[in-house]
Design a protein around this ligand. Structure first.
Ligand SMILES: [Fe+2]
Length: 450
């Protein structure tokens, strides 16, 4: 780790840049990037507040982050049958995710190639073809244009339908998680996830998983990064923000969230593993399925897992938590997208996932456990969104620049990672650390520079 003092004095000088220009908006692109590099100092644990509240940064990260990386669009089990489809937002733009009559999952820009109308306005359904509401052009669910009303009469033989298929979007899957990207040059999804896949296997590859019900969606007046930041590395807040659960006796004590590992890998991904757990929080009867899907080391982690909280860069967070129901430990697995809507607004979309081969009784109790904790009406979720909203309000407007406001991300800078953990990545033997947030903002800054 670098010594911080030299960088901090340089940072102080560069805040002066902002005084010569009224605001970020008036800077050239090169000046903006330079200002970001001088003021965002992840390795020193210094993150300026304006990156959560400034509209110029929001616009820039749309181009540099969201149009460049892989972004989550849904789970394969949401469209289990041939000709099932769903429309989703991919970094701000509507796409159709369609399972063709040939069982192949494809992504299309949700736009008719004739005159640009939004082709499909339903959230989901089952259709072998899509008909444009404007002029009735009809596209098969593999993207081919197959029907044009009155074609022979009005176009003669001049219209070549084979050149007017829907525009394809790059969609790739990792163990059922579907991601899309607008970037034709992006590395394959598997490479982007890299070593983090080892942990994702435990999350969604341990058994055949399925989404139960449609995702729940709600709007929070928060910058999207606060959600990612909270899930990637903030176990520390659990003691206070969620302190009431210890008072209620749902967990043994207020520091229960400290024990375990904080882990990050390349590309900004990170998670927190709560361990050990004397009880097995997953269905006993699925042990053989887990063993056949996981390595011995991964199964050992699963067997001792208390909870698992993390974030796939940029904005897909995940969570395995549990509650005790009638003296039995019931885990629940959820994923959530912090979908940016504006600099100070996001849509939170949460999916509840459960083992497909679990008993109906387990599925129901696991879902109840999710509803009680991290659903939109859950006790934890409401604690968090209150905080996210207030942080966003304080980061908005001119104060972050005028007063050079920064956040402190120095927790755990004095610690060295351990080398005896069974999984890959940079591993700290304590969940109370901000190493994962520093890793998240480092990758964010690298992309903003690209
Ligand atoms: Fe929280």
């Amino acid at each position: 780790m670098h010594e911080g003092s030299h960088h901090i004095s340089r940072r102080r000088e560069n805040w002066q840049m902002i005084k010569t220009s009224e605001n970020l908006e008036e800077m050239s692109l090169r000046e903006k990037i330079e200002f970001l590099n001088e003021t965002v100092q992840p390795e020193e644990g210094v993150i300026p507040s304006y990156i959560l509240g400034d509209p110029t940064i929001y616009e820039l990260e749309h181009k540099k982050v969201f149009l460049k990386t892989w972004v989550f669009v849904g789970h394969e089990s949401e469209i289990p049958n041939k000709s099932d489809f769903m429309t989703r937002d991919l970094a701000g733009y509507s796409v159709i995710i369609s399972r063709g009559s040939d069982d192949v999952i494809r992504g299309f820009y949700n736009m008719c190639t004739h005159r640009g109308m939004k082709l499909c306005r339903a959230d989901k359904g089952n259709k072998s073809s899509f008909t444009c509401p404007y002029h009735g052009f009809n596209f098969k669910n593999n993207g081919d244009l197959v029907g044009v009303p009155l074609q022979k009469n009005i176009y003669g033989d001049r219209l070549d339908k084979s050149k007017m298929g829907l525009h394809n979007i790059r969609i790739e899957s990792y163990k059922g998680l579907l991601f899309g990207t607008w970037n034709e040059e992006a590395e394959p999804l598997s490479e982007f996830l890299g070593e983090f896949k080892w942990y994702l296997d435990i999350l969604i590859g341990r058994a055949k998983m399925e989404v139960m019900g449609p995702p729940q969606r709600f709007i929070v007046q928060s910058n999207w990064k606060i959600g990612s930041d909270n899930f990637v590395g903030d176990s520390y807040h659990t003691m206070v923000t969620h302190g009431s659960i210890a008072k209620l006796g749902m967990v043994p004590n207020a520091t229960y969230s400290k024990k375990g590992y904080q882990i990050h890998t390349n590309n900004g991904h990170g998670l927190n593993l709560g361990t050990p757990n004397p009880d097995f929080a997953f269905p006993e009867e699925l042990k053989s399925e887990y063993i056949s899907n996981l390595s011995g080391e991964q199964f050992e982690v699963l067997s001792n897992l208390k909870n698992m909280i993390g974030n796939i860069f940029p904005n897909l967070s995940f969570l395995i938590s549990h509650t005790k129901v009638k003296n039995q430990l019931i885990s629940n697995t959820t994923i959530r997208l912090w979908r940016p809507v504006d600099v100070n607004k996001m849509e939170v979309i949460t999916w509840f996932l459960v083992e497909k081969h679990a008993s109906e009784d387990w599925k129901k109790r696991s879902r109840d456990s999710y509803i009680l904790t991290f659903s939109p009406s859950g006790i934890f979720e409401q604690d968090d969104t209150e905080v996210f909203t207030d942080i966003t309000a304080a980061a908005s407007g001119p104060m972050p620049m005028l007063k050079q406001l920064t956040y402190n991300y120095t927790m755990g800078l004095h610690r060295e990672p351990v080398s005896d953990f069974v999984g890959p990545g940079v591993v700290y033997n304590d969940k109370f650390s901000e190493a994962n947030q520093r890793n998240f903002y480092r990758y964010w800054l690298d992309l903003m520079n690209s």
